[in-house]
Design a protein around this ligand. Sequence first.
Ligand SMILES: Cc1cc2nc3c(=O)[nH]c(=O)nc-3n(C[C@H](O)[C@H](O)[C@H](O)COP(=O)(O)OP(=O)(O)OC[C@H]3O[C@@H](n4cnc5c(N)ncnc54)[C@H](O)[C@@H]3O)c2cc1C
Length: 397
Amino acid sequence: MTLVLTTDPPPTADLVVIGGGVLGAATAFYASRAGLRTVVVERRPVLCSLTTPVAAGGFRLQFDNREETALVRESLETFENFAEVTGLRGYDLRLQKQGYLFVTTDPPTARRQAERVALQQSWGVHDVELLKGSEARYRFPYLSEQIISARYRAGDGFVDPKRLTYGYARASNATFLVSTSATGFQLAGGRIAGVQTSRGDIATNAVVIAAGPFTGQVARLAGLDFGLSAVRRHRLVMPEVPEVPSDAPFVIDEDNGAHWRPAFQGAYLVFTDPSTPPGDPLWSVPTDPEFVFLLLDPSSEHTVARACPFWRAVWERGTDHWVLQAGQYTYSPDHRPILGPTPIPGLYLNAGYSGHGVMGSAGGSRRVVDLLLGRADPATNPFRWDRPMTAHAFDVI
Ligand SMILES: Cc1cc2nc3c(=O)[nH]c(=O)nc-3n(C[C@H](O)[C@H](O)[C@H](O)COP(=O)(O)OP(=O)(O)OC[C@H]3O[C@@H](n4cnc5c(N)ncnc54)[C@H](O)[C@@H]3O)c2cc1C
């Protein structure tokens, strides 16, 4: 299966997907599988060049709600059987089930961990574990003596987001129209009749917007506003750090929000800073070197050395290389994705994953395509745009 990239827009399509990140590619995969002649419009000359390649690639079933748990569970089953599901024989997603480990030194947080684990088990996530500090340290000897409690699920882990995107894209029969911007919509009788692009119009009755942080801007071209916001998030890449165990889980300090996971011969380090204000969507997201010190300096409130003291030695040695990258989370008001039909017939959304778009990609995109084809009932879709949304209390991840 080869990837069809072109700069010649076809005159018609059954479906136009706007955006060639992981969610656009996954939408194209499920739509092609359902027999739709699909065109993906991507502004840039390659797929997967904006938010998706900056992701840490984590997936987990440790959520605070049943609906996203189901969404990611479906994705995880797809990741586990990716070669078979896609027909890409031997395709390697670099799937590593090394777990997600949330740790705390704080008694009230430890109590909340116990409640969260009980809730997750009641949703069928039976393999999530609550560990005492000593037990957590026995399994993960690099944890600080101060850790009193942890929640852990060994079956969580990470995939390579670029390989995932290109896998979906290759396995689809879609046409990928690159170096082309979607600039507007054509309506007939209030319904979608086509997409305007920088290279010409494509007549179609169905469009999915999967434009990452630009989704709000693209939806406004149709006069719609879904309250989406773009917020900068950094990823610090340290490609060689001898202290990092290559079999470590994603370790999240629930008290200060710092988290890291092994990558290359070192680690990715991330932090979801609740004080970062939303901004305009950006084609080039600037980095702030302060982020490095915020996470690495042992005297910082948000240091990774708090949960895992070996990071202090890394800081003191000072010789390890790092590369700082940034992308933008696309937040919805309740921090859950917005999937499915919009008030304009024929126009659909696949966006707003609020930092979970890689792990949600299969479950979310399959649902969008089912809604588009009338295989699922929009009224019972928990991710519909007009659900009651309450502002989300900030989670550390
Ligand atoms: C630092 C960081 C860490 C993260 N870690 C994780 C993680 O561990 N796990 C996880 O699940 N998620 C993670 N995420 C979130 C994840 O990266 C996103 O949810 C996901 O990549 C969104 O995919 P997308 O396809 O919607 O967006 P994008 O990858 O941004 O793709 C959107 C595409 O649309 C194109 N586009 C925009 N406007 C137009 C237009 N008008 N015409 C044509 N093309 C257009 C863009 O060029 C772009 O290629 C992380 C994000 C960041 C920033």
